[in-house]
Design a protein around this ligand. Structure first.
Ligand code: ZN
Ligand code: ZN
Length: 388
């Protein structure tokens, strides 16, 4: 055990207030203006080497040099955005912004990283190299991480050798960590499609071309892709989550629209699913004489930890939480994470920090970040910087 900070630390008391203030004022993707101002306000009081604001609109990268600043470069990333969701909690720090909520704990991620920045800036002699504290916008679906790393010469301006991420994990006990040597979070794609038939009278179907029957077959066809085309040893999901068509009991509609999501962990499986979806659509066109227009939208790539960096995380987590509190290679999640962009072509790893076994799930209207993680999480970041 190596506690740099404890529950009794003054800094932790301040950061608990900070976290709750951010929770009470959630902001959506690329609109984290107040949040970014609050983060910058704290950063500006610290002994840092540089603060770069306006990265991918609201993002911030703060730079801190320790001993031998050129000897190594490490990036630590937190996300700042909230979700379009009505909070159902009634505690004092519940959302004051109607229809917006920190239901994924990004308020906590921001606060844990800021806490670590506070401690490290006062203890520059404790570590070697340069640390980049990355506060990114728009993790929830909008891919703020992609926008950030695609900005002019991001990895040139911030030459990180490895980037590390952390997400709270409901169900995992507080004080525990979960880490993977490979896939952690899935690739997330979406699709929309339209089945175009020919509308007509519900009692005279032979004079129409029913897109509803064709759509039913299409959904069934999609369900065979994971079951029959993807190896049973691989993971994938194809979910049709919306289907809309028709206006009356006696009317065959002209067309049906549907949409859904595809999750996978490898490029090969992802390509296989896309190919089969196109083939199923083409087959339905021939079978029913309809036209199927498929709009497949690739989203976040899978988050796949680099094994060497995962080992570094495991060592740091064990030092902070104890040997028995670090669980290695849990089943990965079918959720997605845009942190993937930071480690797509560069090394790094992403760790789960327990939010408590009783915690409501992520994206649940009763969720709240576990403030005890301000200590556990900040100590982990600090240990990672010192020992990585
Ligand atoms: Zn989320
Ligand atoms: Zn999240």
């Amino acid at each position: 055990m190596n506690p740099y900070l404890t529950l009794e630390s003054d800094l932790i008391a301040r950061m608990r207030q900070f976290r709750r203030d951010i929770h009470a004022h959630p902001e959506l993707a690329f609109k984290e203006f107040r949040t970014a101002d609050k983060v910058a306000e704290v950063l500006e009081t610290l002994n840092l080497d540089a603060i770069h604001r306006g990265q991918a609109v609201t993002g911030i990268v703060a730079v801190l040099k320790g001993r031998n600043p050129d000897s190594r470069h490490i990036g630590l990333r937190a996300d700042m955005d909230a979700l379009p969701l009505c909070e159902l909690n009634h505690f004092d720090h519940a959302s004051r912004h109607e229809g917006k909520m920190h239901a994924c704990g990004h308020d906590g991620h921001t606060s844990m990283l800021l806490t670590a920045a506070c401690w490290l800036s006062e203890n520059r002699d404790a570590f070697e190299g340069t640390v980049y504290f990355i506060f990114q916008p728009a993790e929830e679906g909008e891919g703020g991480a992609r926008v950030m790393v695609e900005e002019e010469d991001f990895f040139g301006r911030f030459p990180v050798e490895a980037t590390y991420g952390m997400h709270n994990w409901p169900g995992l006990p507080q004080g525990h960590f979960g880490i993977h040597h490979g896939p952690v979070m899935a690739a997330m794609d979406t699709f929309a499609l339209e089945v175009k038939g020919r509308g007509g009278h519900g009692g005279i179907p032979n004079l129409a071309n029913d897109p509803i029957v064709a759509s039913a077959q299409l959904v069934s066809g999609f369900q065979t892709i994971v079951a029959r085309n993807v190896s049973p040893l691989e993971q994938a999901v194809v979910s049709v989550t919306q289907i809309h068509g028709g206006d009356g009991d006696n009317i065959i509609p002209d067309s049906v629209t549907m949409s859904g999501t595809v999750r996978s962990f490898s490029r090969e499986v992802r390509e296989k699913v896309i190919t089969r979806m196109k083939e199923v659509c083409a087959g339905i066109e021939v079978m029913f004489g309809v036209e199927v227009v498929l709009d497949y939208r690739p989203g976040f790539p899978p988050t796949i930890n680099h094994a060497d960096n995962a080992e570094i995380c495991i060592r740091a987590a064990k030092k902070v939480a104890g040997e028995g509190a670090v669980i290695v290679d849990l089943p990965p999640s079918m959720g997605a994470e845009d942190f993937a962009y930071f480690i797509l072509e560069h090394p790094g790893a992403y760790i789960w920090i327990g939010n408590g076994e009783q915690s409501p799930s992520l994206h649940n209207p009763h969720y709240d970040f576990n403030d005890d993680n301000l200590v556990t999480g900040a100590n982990y970041w600090i240990e990672l910087v010192i020992s990585a």
